[in-house]
Design a protein around this ligand. Structure first.
Ligand code: 9MR
Length: 383
């Protein structure tokens, strides 16, 4: 039975009447601390991806921000710090969303007002798609020399990481630079714009410049498809070892963890082995984009429609998977936090990317009610 429906701490923080009737939840009591309060006992960073617009517009009559404040102490602006969102032209930048979240230089923003650490995502998204690389840059590829490209990247990193210097707890300096299929490049790096222009060195430079721009931020390399080990995980280990040898100021690795409710994670397996391998390289890790997908009964193109699991048992299986990830995080010295990819099931990317086949991947349902996965994490954090 889920007992956690209290939004009291959050609501008192934002000074708002709770919309309990609307969401059908039990009235809160102060004896029910949210995950945020419980995480504090463990010094655990617990976060969620949140679009800045959802905070700015205070969506769902304030329920979004209230649930965020009650549940999490860290956030990552989902798409707002990606290069296409910020880097609008050669040495032209858009800081509107960043300034709302963190404040323009000398000021503070939404994150500080509500006690959130911020993960910045991402300085270099090493793929060539429109959502990863500004297309004006892609179009100018043939006319840019190596030196031009290097100078542009340098200025970009200083403009963005420098503007929010001291305000971003961790930056994903680079994301998804390793190819899924074998190629001939060092560390199996993707044939991306930055690789073509600068070779593997683009990663070393990005880490170096990010550190110069914001010396206090922890710097991460972020990747998917490496959880549990395998060939891509080996490329990752080789890459980060090389980055360290090159003097890149890398703090750790972001393991995305887009997984499903049948994933098994237990001590001694490939998941634990990978974090041990990172520890041996003296690297921290964060779970950066955790979601645990469930097969839906009916494909649903509309993420705002009610979603039902194909197998109701999967919701409990999902709770066990969430618990196993948090268990791993709590048991390892080098874990610097766990972040969930989406505040609730309504705002998860999973139904969209799976053409409606999968969903229900987060810990709060579409009406912000805690799911068994929330309760399982709560049980762990109460210990
Ligand atoms: O959740 C993000 C989604 O809203 C975007 O449409 C998509 C493309 O920009 O990116 C999603 O976030 C990705 C993250 O930046 C990197 N790892 C994979 C995430 C899910 O695709």
């Amino acid at each position: 039975m889920i007992t956690i429906c209290s939004l009291l701490l959050a609501l008192s923080a934002v000074g708002r009447t709770p919309p309990f009737a609307q969401v059908g939840v039990t009235p809160p009591t102060r004896t029910q601390p949210g995950l945020r309060a419980l995480a504090k006992r463990h010094h655990l960073n617990i976060g969620s991806a949140m679009p800045v617009a959802s905070l700015r517009n205070d969506i769902d009559s304030g329920q979004y921000s209230a649930a965020a404040i009650y549940t999490f102490n860290m956030l990552e602006p989902e798409n707002d710090f990606k290069p296409p969102a910020v880097w609008t032209g050669p040495r032209e930048y858009r800081f509107t969303e960043g300034d709302f979240l963190l404040g323009e230089p000398g000021k503070t923003g939404w994150a500080q007002a509500h006690g959130f650490k911020v993960r910045g995502h991402v300085l270099v998204y090493a793929q060539d798609f429109g959502y990863t690389l500004p297309q004006w840059l892609r179009k100018s590829e043939s006319s840019l020399s190596k030196e031009d490209a290097s100078a542009l990247l340098h200025d970009y990193i200083f403009a963005l990481a420098g503007r929010y210097r001291g305000k971003v707890a961790m930056w994903d300096v680079a994301n998804e630079a390793i190819d899924d299929r074998p190629n001939q490049n060092p560390y199996n790096l993707r044939n991306s714009f930055w690789f073509r222009k600068l070779g593997p060195e683009f990663l070393v430079l990005a880490f170096k410049w990010a550190h110069e721009a914001d010396p206090r931020a922890e710097l991460y390399y972020n990747e998917y498809g490496i959880e549990g080990g395998g060939q891509k995980a080996q490329h990752l280990l080789d890459l980060v070892k090389w980055l360290k040898e090159q003097g890149a100021p890398i703090k750790g690795v972001g393991l995305q963890y887009h997984i499903d409710c049948h994933t098994s994670i237990s001590p001694g397996d490939g998941h634990y082995k990978l974090i041990d391998d990172l520890q041996r390289l003296r690297l921290a890790y964060m779970i950066t984009e955790l979601d645990v997908a469930v097969r839906l009964r009916l494909p649903s193109a509309n993420t705002n429609r009610d979603q039902l699991p194909n197998d109701p048992n999967d919701i409990d299986a999902q709770a066990r998977v969430y618990a196993s990830v948090f268990q791993m995080a709590l048991s390892s010295r080098n874990c610097h936090g766990v972040q969930i990819w989406g505040l609730n099931d309504r705002y998860s990317w999973i139904p969209g990317v799976s053409q409606g086949r999968n969903g229900l991947a987060t810990i709060l349902d579409r009406d912000y009610k805690p799911k068994p996965a929330y309760a399982a994490i709560e049980d762990l954090l109460r210990k």
